[in-house]
Design a protein around this ligand. Sequence first.
Ligand code: FMN
Length: 262
Amino acid sequence: MPNMILLPRAAEELKIPFVASGGMADARSLVAALAMGAAGMTMGTRFIATKEAPVHDNVKKKAIVAASELDTRLGTCVRFGTLNRVLKNAGVERLLDIERERGSKLKIEDIHDEVAGGLSQGDDRWATMDAGAWSCGMVVGLIHDIPTVKELIDRIMVGAERIILARLTGFLDAESKVPEGRLKSFASTQSPRWKTMPTYFCTTLEGRLTAEQKRKMAGEITRVHCEVTGAPSFFAQVIFQEVRPGDYFIGGAPLKHDQLFV
Ligand SMILES: Cc1cc2nc3c(=O)[nH]c(=O)nc-3n(C[C@H](O)[C@H](O)[C@H](O)COP(=O)(O)O)c2cc1C
């Protein structure tokens, strides 16, 4: 049953937290799983293509990263009551030939060599990756690199925040015209880091800056803010305040110079 159906159904039935599994690879998977009621996700295939995974480099580079979502198949070991999804390779073809040939007489010993696994990481037989059948999800089509586990998890967490804050609240803004105040208070419930929106006030004399200069300054302030804090640009605001000559006092004396305060 696809997760699009399974997860909302699980949310309807279960009174305990549950996690989504199968087809999960990145921030989009996590946000989708959360939206459908899961409390988190697990990943199988995605972790094979990480630096720490104890499998041969050929498996990571030439099989997982190179494969598309169309390179797996179901159907091995059905006679033994399991339905496996595996990466298509010569080992799988041999296995299916044996299964077809032996039919109802199939014994586990007949296919042991193709399914036993257990090849050590340095085994030469990984050179072609056709040594046997091994589990691999369709999610392989979403795997394009080999990060460390830390890089992968950090990327997923930052990406998920970005999707929630920048993309999803953007829909609220555009579609339902939620007043900014309500939008801000909505965002503040999502993460303590955004309890207050970082705000930069730029004070100048009236007419001192052109619209283009203000746009460039706001862009630079936002860029530096994001670089330093790691926050999405959506959550930094820059507000220009203009004062008329004679309206600005420092130390009780009117400001004489043409200064800009941020
Ligand atoms: C290398 C590998 C070995 C696996 N071995 C088993 C297994 O022995 N038994 C099992 O029930 N599932 C096994 N699975 C399936 C995982 O438990 C899990 O359901 C699945 O990988 C999650 O989907 P994903 O790969 O799309 O993240 C295996 C998956 C992989 C990638």
